[in-house]
Design a protein around this ligand. Structure first.
Ligand code: ADP
Length: 186
């Protein structure tokens, strides 16, 4: 049966690498709201123009906008067939509530890397959008909004937390071991 997963991880936690691995491993559809919004911004759609100002400031878009974007994507037929790996959504408790009213989520996975560690990594990679101010904004939004969202999944007994520090392949092994243990052999 198709896996329906949500992944959490701070910016710089290696979530991109692990999402690539997990979508290949489980054959699920990778739904990255960050990628979708960047594509919309690049092609200059109304959503993209609106999204850009939030993204440039390291702030979250309004929940109703994001829920609409994700709902539209989840409605496409590949998702029903293959399952999904949601990456970047939900980031707030209202988004999580809206998601779980739309579809069943098997498990949320928290790829855990401490704030100090990701801050140092992001500063070291020196991308144009990684100024100390923007990094601080994004980490503050994560602490204020997304950490409570992770706790929400834990309350529903639908969370596993994985130590995200280590070689990428080692982290991948931890992820599949934890996911398979929870989902059983399907
Ligand atoms: P980051 O670059 O912080 O790792 P993403 O690539 O997932 O994060 O998303 C980039 C930006 O897009 C976020 O900083 C935010 O402005 C916006 N965004 C993406 N997903 C969401 C969401 N679920 N809710 C609100 N805003 C979002």
């Amino acid at each position: 049966m198709a896996a329906r997963l949500v992944i959490f991880g701070r910016q710089g936690a290696g979530k991109g690498t692990q999402c690539e691995f997990l979508t290949r491993h489980y054959g699920a559809v990778h739904i990255s709201t960050g990628d979708m919004l960047r594509a919309a911004a690049a092609s200059g759609t109304d959503l993209g123009i609106r999204a850009k100002s939030y993204m440039d400031a390291g702030q979250l878009l309004p929940d109703d906008v994001m829920v609409g974007v994700v709902q539209e994507r989840l409605d496409l037929p590949d998702v029903a067939e293959l399952g999904f790996l949601l990456d970047g959504f939900p980031r707030t408790v209202p988004q999580a509530e809206a998601l779980c009213a739309l579809v069943e989520v098997d498990l949320a996975v928290n790829l855990d890397v401490a704030e100090d560690v990701v801050r140092d990594r992001m500063l070291a990679r020196g991308r144009a959008d990684d100024t100390p101010e923007i990094i601080g904004e994004r980490l503050a939004a994560y602490a204020a909004q997304t950490v409570p969202t992770i706790a929400w999944f834990a309350q529903q007994d639908r969370l596993v937390t994985i130590d995200g520090v280590g070689e990428p392949s080692e982290v991948s092994n931890r992820l599949t071991a934890a996911i398979d243990a929870r989902l059983g052999s399907r």
